[in-house]
Design a binder for this molecule. Structure first.
Ligand SMILES: [Zn+2]
Length: 215
């Protein structure tokens, strides 16, 4: 993420600091820790922010989010769960970075994802919402790892089913955001054209101009 995104969020989208540009849930989770002016910025700054992210990512509905805040209300419990979530994110980030470098060995990520997946408790159910059939997961959240299970599921499905060459890091060298390229021609290079894309293009344009002038 860049300053420009932050500035944009600050003014236009005060309610949320999160970005959902990854096209995959697990990459959006990885993208909750960024670099801004060379400094590490963690959007999962505390337990309530973690729950807020899970809600905005539609992993938890309002009721589940409220229940999670109520169930895990002690500071020590909250910091333990936040630690687990951040550690899991680090594993996922290492995997995402490995993929973008075309590395093949991911033993650690298999273990990390499976440890969350094995805590899975929900079953798929079918419902009719008045207009169409919808499938959704049903189950009660009782263990901290339950809230991360959909992220692990997204990673497992993406790692096993997606074309890995389409999992990329933003081309802006100072941006650490990852995404899965779902464009038809597979030409996506930026986290966001409005921010990193235009910024790099403008820099290249400026460089061309100044090079010309000095020639
Ligand atoms: Zn970017």
């Amino acid at each position: 993420m860049t300053n420009m995104i932050l500035e944009q969020d600050d003014t236009a989208q005060k309610a949320s600091d999160f970005v959902f540009i990854g096209s995959r849930l697990w990459l959006d989770f990885v993208n909750t820790c960024i670099k801004q002016n060379g400094e590490r910025v963690d959007f999962l700054s505390d337990f309530t922010e973690l729950i807020k992210w899970l809600k905005e990512a539609r992993v938890l509905d309002n009721e589940e989010a409220e229940e999670s805040l109520y169930r895990w209300s002690s500071p020590s419990h909250r910091s333990e769960i936040l630690g687990q979530a951040r550690a899991f994110r680090t594993e996922l980030k290492t995997a995402a970075e490995g993929i973008t470098r075309a590395e093949k060995v991911f033993e650690d990520i298999v273990l990390a994802i499976n440890s969350v997946l094995r805590s899975h408790f929900r079953t798929l159910e079918l419902a009719f919402d008045g207009n169409r059939f919808v499938s959704r997961y049903f189950g009660k959240i009782t263990e901290p790892l339950h809230i991360l299970a959909p992220v692990a599921e997204s990673a497992a499905q993406s790692l096993s089913g997606d074309d890995q060459t389409l999992t990329r890091k933003c081309d802006n060298p100072s941006c650490v955001l990852h995404f899965h390229d779902t464009t038809k021609n597979h030409t996506r290079r930026w986290c966001s054209m409005e921010t990193c894309g235009n910024r790099i293009k403008a820099a290249a344009h400026y460089k061309r101009l100044t090079t010309k002038e000095s020639e």
